[in-house]
Design a protein around this ligand. Structure first.
Ligand code: HEC
Length: 168
């Protein structure tokens, strides 16, 4: 029995050692060509909140903590960043079609209302990323003003998302 445990222990150590060689690609391009600020005004107060609370997963540059070098944490974080960026990337926002921009803006208000973002696994460690009610108001007011400005420019139909099956 003891021998079996020892074998399993050694096996785990070997696996842990081996996975350290795998380095997922890092999100550090910081490409700002299509940043949201290229199309919409982003006041400093809003920018500061987004940068602290959202940009690690929703922009082209993540600030990696030291433990992001250690597997399997590195892969887990990399996965979150990729998923987050795919859904919403502030650094690419200006390249989205207007109806996608309009819809994503609406979702920002929604996820803040529901306290879905930033992810709780993230705020557990990044305490400074927790959004308080004042910050929520600042971001929501900004988002709603942008949506109003879009409604004033684009015909209503062009901002509606085409109907498609709900995905979760
Ligand atoms: C630790 C990474 C992380 C942080 C930080 C984070 N998000 Fe997210 N976000 C994700 C992931 C992953 C998804 C996609 C999966 C999901 O919905 O859980 C997502 C999804 C979203 C969506 C949904 C987009 C859609 O089309 O459905 C919005 C909106 C959003 N995030 C806004 C924000 C805002 C605003 C902040 C900052 C206040 C923020 N997120 C902080 C990882 C993060």
């Amino acid at each position: 029995m003891k021998k079996t445990f020892k074998k399993i222990g050694i096996g785990l150590i070997v696996i842990f050692g081996l996975i350290q060689f795998y380095h997922p690609e890092r999100n550090l391009s910081n490409d700002q060509t299509n940043d949201i600020s290229k199309k919409f005004p982003v006041p400093d107060s809003v920018q500061a909140i987004l940068k602290t609370s959202c940009y690690d997963c929703h922009s082209n540059q993540t600030v990696y903590p030291w433990y992001a070098n250690i597997q399997p944490v590195a892969s887990w974080l990399g996965h979150h960043v990729n998923e987050g960026k795919e859904d919403l990337n502030f650094s690419e926002f200006s390249s989205y079609a207007p109806r996608r921009q309009y819809s994503k803006l609406g979702k920002i208000v929604h996820v803040l209302d529901e306290h879905e973002m930033p992810l709780s696994s993230y705020t557990l460690i990044h305490r400074d990323a927790v959004i308080n009610s004042t910050q929520q108001m600042i971001v929501s007011n900004w988002v709603n003003a942008l949506r109003d400005s879009m409604k004033a420019v684009y015909p209503a139909d062009s901002l509606k998302m085409p109907k498609r099956p709900k995905r979760d």
